[in-house]
Design a protein around this ligand. Structure first.
Ligand SMILES: [Zn+2]
Ligand SMILES: [Zn+2]
Length: 349
């Protein structure tokens, strides 16, 4: 089959690789119908792999498709089902106190995996993908959810949701979102659902700020944000901040525009694994700072009804549809912010 493959220093290439095969009776093979590029794939675009020393693996952790092969222990999906794959795979032990209490995501021995970070778990920017422990990791796409919406449920919409939740948005609260890539824009949309009275949306790129303005946010350039927000809030600033950029500059700005005792939820990941932190400023304001990993399926009971009812329409972040064979062009467009690209759907075959 053909796939987007991490080649080390030269980045990501579209090329032939071996077809996936069933690993055991609990796994499944899914023929990919739609996949997308995440901001966290930036490391691969830049020829870096922060998770392993591997090269030669298929990248991508936002994938939906059709079940074409399954082990005999997989009984909750069947051949031909359309499924969505959480970008974060999980395996709970089944015997600890939290597992017995029906909370597998709080398992004391929870084993997490992310597709497309190493040869151990190939990604879904490919014509097909192996799903380990398919009972936990392949989910039937619910009624009334479009392919594009399901694709967002596999990672980015869930991440935006946890950003809003962990930033402790209160009804009537003032919110700021720093970084208006797809996750930031979806966080803007969700912040209003969480009850924000005002959302300040901050990004250096014009077309991204314009998109946030259409969602009802106050668009601001990073260099003007602190001053403008001081005036707009009578110096109260933002109670809740979602940092969807995850850079030193965005963390610094988040601390500056936070209210006293404000809460910052950082969901962004750049390709730098370590970052400087404005500790003194955070102490003086008594800020809460959270680095937030998205336990994707835990967001679904809240998000699926919002999508089904039309209350949120996050699929507006998809600005481009391209065949997987043009994946290299899609990476360049996405990470170089060319052609007003927000997010790209890739279709294999
Ligand atoms: Zn992601
Ligand atoms: Zn457990």
């Amino acid at each position: 089959m053909k796939a987007m493959v991490f080649e080390g220093e030269s980045g990501v290439r579209y090329r032939a690789v071996d077809d996936p095969t069933l690993r055991d009776h609990s796994s499944a093979i899914v023929k990919v119908t739609h996949c997308s590029i995440c901001g966290s794939d930036s490391q691969f675009y830049h020829g870096i792999n922060n998770a392993s020393t591997d090269t030669g693996f298929c990248v991508g952790h936002e994938t939906i498709g059709e079940v074409v092969e399954l082990g005999r222990h997989v009984d909750q999906v069947k051949h031909g089902d359309q499924v969505m794959l959480s970008g974060l795979t999980s395996k709970a032990c089944g015997v600890c106190a939290n597992c017995k209490a029906g909370k597998p995501f709080y398992c004391h021995r929870l084993q997490l995996g992310i597709y497309g970070n190493s040869c151990a778990l190939h990604g879904g920017q490919a014509e097909a993908i192996l799903v380990p422990d398919a009972k936990a990791n392949a989910t039937l796409i619910p009624e009334g959810i479009s392919a594009e919406q399901a694709l967002l449920l596999t990672d980015t919409l869930a991440t935006a949701y946890f950003g809003c939740e962990k930033a402790e948005i209160q009804p009537g609260g003032a919110v700021a979102v720093v970084g208006l890539g797809p996750i930031g824009l979806m966080a803007v949309e969700l912040a209003f659902v969480f009850g924000a009275s005002q959302v300040f949306a901050i990004d250096p790129v014009d077309y991204r700020r314009e998109q946030a303005r259409t969602l009802g946010a106050v668009p601001l350039k990073p260099e003007e944000a602190a001053q403008e927000m001081t005036e707009a809030t009578d110096a109260a600033m933002a109670d809740s901040i979602i940092d969807a950029a995850g850079r030193e500059s965005s963390i610094q700005l988040s601390a500056e525009i936070a209210s006293n005792r404000g809460v910052i939820a950082c969901v962004g990941i750049s390709h730098h694994p370590t970052l400087q932190f404005p500790h003194l400023l955070a102490i003086m304001k008594s800020l809460t700072f959270r680095s937030v990993l998205s336990y994707v399926p835990m967001s679904w009971p809240a998000l699926i009804p919002l999508l089904q009812s039309g209350r949120i329409r996050p699929e507006r972040v998809f600005s481009h549809h391209m065949p997987l064979s043009e994946g290299e062009q899609a990476y360049t467009q996405f990470f170089e912010k060319q052609d007003s690209t927000l997010k790209v759907v890739l279709n294999p075959g």
